[in-house]
Design a protein around this ligand. Sequence first.
Ligand code: FDA
Length: 518
Amino acid sequence: MAVFRILALLLISSCYVSTPSSATSDGFLQCLWEKIPGELIYTQGASNFTDVLVSSIRNPKFFTNTTVRPLCIVTPTDASHVQAAVRCGRVNGVRLRVRSGGHDYEGLSYRSERPEVFAVVDLANLRAVTVSADEWVPTAWVDSGATLGELYYTIAKNNSGIAFPAGICPTIGVGGHFSGGGIGMMMRRFGLSIDNVLDAKLVNANGDLVDRAAMGEDLFWAIRGGGGESFGIVVSWKVSLVKVPSTVTAFNIAKTLDQGAIDVLIKWQDVGPTLPSDITIRVIIQGQRAVFQSLYLGTCGDLVPTLSTLFPELGMTSADCLEMTWLQSAVFFNTWNPNAPVESLLIRNTSLSTFTKNKSDYVRRSIPKGAWKNIFPWLTMNGAGMMILEPHGGFIGTIPTEATPYPHRSGVLYNVQYIAFWSGNDGDSVATSWISNFYSFMGQYVSSSRREAYVNYRDLDIGENVVVNDVSTFDSGRVWGEKYFAGNYQRLAAVKGAVDPTDYFRNEQSIPPLLQSN
Ligand code: FDA
């Protein structure tokens, strides 16, 4: 293995040309051992290295014999350990990948696409959530290694009248999620997660620990949605919390094609983004069925007349209502079981059984009925997965495009996520061909002048950085970066150029530095 690694390193000359020799790897490890307690460092030879590596891998696709694995994993219990890892890495020319919850769709937080020597800083031990519920605007400090489930649970146990707008899967890590946006069931009312971040503590490329005041507004802007890894390691975030009623209402209403799913979808495209912002109805399409899944921040008695007036095609009645607390709704949207215990939000581990590939789009003009008739057959093809449609509009659409790096605001009707899944290597080619062909087919119906994508639904098919003279090039980043960030890409690259001009924090889709010479 060691011989293979050295040979591979010699052969790879176009990318990552400064990959360190084993001498610098040794120097890096020595430096870590001097500065960080040894029990927090797992080298490849350690008996529990694989257990730690796999602990938050969600996609078995990135846990194979050929996956490029880290030289070691550092598991800080204090911000000073993160600083030490960065400083040791800089001095010895070893790059770091940072992992919070490990949900990156391309596994970039713990593996490299290209042969290189790197270490992982795994923040799972840094996961405190400190809630200040009694302030006029309630706030919380949350460490990056906390999961969304831990955040939701801790907030609600402090005060059931407050909550936080973020994603649906409770095992997602705060660190990666906040770095890319944070789409969820309350975004139409309160915005994305990043729209509610007030401050952050970041270890920058010099190894300094800086807060908002010390990092400056440009860098603070960039870390709220500019994608993980690029600007440093965010150790913790201060967020403003939102007020929720004691009772919320959820429902799942399924419509098959025979039950008029397409007509309901046609109406949903207009209504979903324009409903009052305290109603969110997302759509999950699989096979010949569309499930309309909703959260309303209020009671059933108020929701039924509103939907009867604004969205009668859905046929929603009080029999569909599931009234519960907001915390219970967080469990419901993950499990589809209204009675699952709220403590299940604290479970961090998931099984390594499902292989997935994800892609995304944004729709700005309703897709016509005839087109939906052509789309549905794709969902019964060999290898077919599913589509999830997340309505925008409401508060999220009122925030200016440049306010954060997330540009998909005014005019967006909904986000589309395509998911292919399979259970083992055998299904790989059928499912991945399906998603790739389906994505090409959908090009005619989605945002067309420039195709858009969501950075938190990371997709390396849309482009990867090219490294020249040991720096990722601005132009190679533009190919994928303008899909994720539109006009904000250039500003992100300028911030990167100012704070990390030598491109220390990088991966296959990190923001390249825009330097004077570019
Ligand atoms: P992970 O640790 O893999 O990090 C992701 C990226 O961020 C990597 O590039 C990593 O290096 C970087 N990073 C991590 N921590 C960092 C830190 N502290 N500082 C700087 N960079 C850091 N999204 C959404 O918006 N709404 C949703 O409902 C869902 N649902 C969902 C379900 C499932 C099953 C999956 C697998 C994913 C989602 N997502 C999602 C996407 C999710 O938001 C996205 O993958 C996040 O980046 C995951 O964050 P983690 O910390 O878990 O990932």
